[in-house]
Design a protein. Sequence first.
Length: 469
Amino acid sequence: MLDDVAAKERVDGPLISGRYRLLSALGRGGMGTVWRAYDEVLRREVAIKEVRSCLDMTLSQLEQMNARLEREAWAAARIQHPNVIVIFDVVSDYDRPWIVMELIHGSSMADLLEAEDPLAPPHMAHIGAEVAAALSAAHRAGVLHRDVKPANVLVSQGGRVVLTDFGIAMVEGSPSLTLTGEMVGSPEFLAPERALGHQPGPASDLWALGIMLYRAAEGHTPFRQSTPLMTLRAIVEEVLPPASAAGPLAPVIEGLLRKDPVQRLTAEQAERALRSVSRSEDFGGTAIAFPTHTVSTNLAPGGATVGTNALAPVPKPRWRSSRIAVLGLAVSAMLLAGVLANSVVGENAAAGRKKSPTTVSVTVSGINTAYSGDCPPGRDSAPTLVAMFKSDRTPNSISYRWVAQGTSLLDPEWKTLRFDDESFTRKVSMDFSGYQRDIPIGVQIGVEMRAPRTAKSNFVPVAMSCRRR
């Protein structure tokens, strides 16, 4: 029996800053890895984010990545709001900073959309209102999030909605940390002004909220095309397709997705309208009336103000050759830099059309599955399990965890594996290189999935008998 052995991607992980013990990886992104960890001083579980160093990065690029992580902690910590992730500490170890934050037991909105697509209007409106409240607090504190999307919205098991990942946030009065030729954020969620290279303001975050609500209602984002460049062009040029499945949320979505940022709903207006929908018992599609006055917020980089006229008519956008040139050059530079490789997310299903069931399979194989010797074993000799996932489509998302047949769970936390490119196969591994107990074990290990369907892999026997050095 495995008892409480943490046989995960890092087993009995190292101490960070002599205090936080890494337990398991919760997720990986472009900037780094978020770990579930244990605070050995306060005796509680926390989440820790580390910068993932790349061998091909220059020293200046690594320094900028580290600075971004510190900026993320600074940006989130200055926002005091229940819908914003709580930052506990920033520590330095292994020559880089680590953010220590609260651990949210729950799922991201991206996971919810995969499991329950589309969301019911009251549920959708509640989540949207909480995110709008978080953005309102962030903007008052002088912070632009710049990457609002389902993956960065967490919903706890108790129903609390939390906006997280301020890794590319812009803080008023601080210099930019954007690399040359880099566009921050996911193309599908970028506001038209950002797609054209203009300075973002609070309205850009509200556009992203509108895209997120549209995605939740319709099952796909409104402007997604086959390439990032075509997606950005559609954002600027194309008319918003009607949100036919949004019901009473349709006016809110339309108000958030106006091309002109001056005519977009503010966070406060959006929150009020969304709370009205979430509390309503009648979801027959009654129109929501917005005030006609202009509201200005004080936050905009450079000291400018951003206004919102909720009912002003929006002219059909025209695509000018100068805009094509600017957009084309900007995106070409980004593609050469490789920064958009994993940023296009969501599904491109036609509106109102049912999606065929996703087919996903997983097979587990083992290396060095019988070990006898000193503990901990070396990485080359430790038992290692490899899970190969195959999907019939991309983009796609899988929720999985490692399990032991007939014993306790190896992985209490569900993990998300995304197919965001043209590859239909993904591989993950788990090894016992950190195993340090002198208790012999013999167990069958496999993988369990819960989304997009419930399934289990084959099980591979693992036997270990070792002694401490």
